[in-house]
Design a protein around this ligand. Structure first.
Ligand code: PLP
Length: 388
């Protein structure tokens, strides 16, 4: 049967993910050292897993409120107040979702009418562009630059705003560059959002993973911004809970209510076992999280040093667990570099162009991989670069 006229045009227009293509090549190859997948190499801390097990033992296997367990929403409200210094009402301004992934989809679908423009900064997380298109929005890509440490600057944003711009998507620290926009620049960006009446979807999933003693500043905490920001956060990264699929959105009640209209039918609620685990993470998970962060910090420093020694220029990113070295001087495209590195040395890293055109000439290396593997990967990469 020919299915081409059976699939929605909107879905058919979405290109395949560059990451997916690349990783299909690596599937089942145990000899490969992967710096590819953006996932903590730690198992979820034991006390968090235990909370999930205990919740099952107690027979808690039902649906929860569509918004999420009241106890979890209360804990999220407290955590967000302590960490981001923003007050949200647990009863109406917090929505528990199936990962930040679901929250991104809900936020875009809740806000956009067909043809509305959404500005995002690139290189960026692979889901943004397709998610905007699937919500019938028009993606407007603002390319950030290596010279600026891939941080978004207000002047770049201003140049991209048109009368059709409705939403700005931010992601700091950024996947794939680890970039962080300094608070002074964030204030200028906030002023533009207020001037042009934009809603901000701020994906802050890496916010705990900040290095060099820097504090995270959310755009939602700036004057006049809470009312126009949907703050997204989750448990996958800092608490090493990717498989639990749990995230949340904090926003003014009418925006949460709009997202709920979709969530209640599409998802009903997030899984109760994951919600029990997330509650434990918020109440008792800080020490384990700080330990993991310290380990990432050491690995970041090692990788940045080694990549620069190898001759692949690499800035030291302020957060997340990625580095984004410049491979352009090798004369290879990012696809060629990644493919040849894989063939010659069994090291997998993601070609930068998978994260948008602005990523061409770069490679994303995730350092949530053991020190031993990172050391071996760098020796192999050095040997590979010397052959070019
Ligand atoms: N946002 C960014 C920037 C990410 O890098 C990721 C995962 O890599 C996600 C969202 C998805 O997170 P979750 O596991 O909470 O769905």
């Amino acid at each position: 049967m020919d299915y081409s006229d059976k699939i929605s045009h909107q879905v058919a227009s979405i290109p395949r993910s560059g990451i997916r293509d690349f990783f299909e090549l690596v599937q089942g190859r145990d000899d490969v050292i992967s710096l590819g997948v953006g996932e903590p190499d730690f198992a979820t801390p034991w006390h968090i897993r235990e909370a999930a097990i205990y919740s099952l033992e107690k027979g808690h296997t039902s649906y929860t409120s569509n918004l999420g367990l009241p106890s979890l929403r209360k804990a999220i409200g407290k955590y967000v107040k302590d960490f981001f210094r923003i007050d949200y009402k647990a009863s109406s301004e917090v929505l528990v979702t199936v990962g930040v992934s679901e929250a991104i989809d809900l936020a875009l679908r809740a806000l956009l009418n067909p043809g509305d423009e959404v500005i995002f900064h690139s290189p960026c997380y692979v889901s943004y562009l397709p998610s905007i298109s699937l919500a019938y929005g028009v993606p407007v890509d603002v390319a950030t630059k290596k010279e600026d440490g891939f941080a978004l600057k207000a002047e770049m944003l201003e140049a991209a705003i048109t009368p059709k711009t409705r939403v700005l998507m931010l992601n700091f620290p950024t996947n794939p560059t680890g970039a962080v926009t300094p608070p002074e620049e964030l204030e200028k960006i906030a002023a533009l959002c207020i001037k042009h009446d934009l809603i901000v979807i701020s994906d802050e999933i890496y916010c705990e993973l900040r290095y060099d003693g820097a504090d995270h500043v959310s755009i939602a905490s700036l004057p006049g911004m809470k009312e126009r920001t949907i703050l997204l956060h989750g448990f996958s990264k800092a608490f090493a809970m990717t498989g639990f699929r749990l995230g949340y959105a904090c926003a003014p009640e009418p925006l949460i209510e709009a997202m709920m209209k979709i969530h209640q039918y599409a998802m009903l609620c997030a899984p109760i076992t994951s919600q029990a685990a997330a509650l434990e993470a918020l109440e008792n998970g800080e020490a384990a999280m700080l330990e993991m962060r310290e380990s990432y910090h050491q690995r970041r420093d090692f990788l940045v040093k080694r990549l620069n020694e190898i001759g692949l220029e690499c800035h030291s990113p302020g957060g997340a667990f990625y580095v984004f070295p410049d491979i352009s001087k090798t004369g290879l495209t990012s696809q060629e570099f990644a493919m040849r590195l894989l063939e010659a040395e069994d090291v997998a890293a993601v070609p930068g162009d998978a994260f948008g055109e602005a990523g061409e000439g770069f490679l994303r290396c995730c350092y949530a991989t053991s020190f031993e593997e990172l050391k071996t990967a760098m020796l192999r990469m050095e040997r590979f670069v010397q052959t070019l």
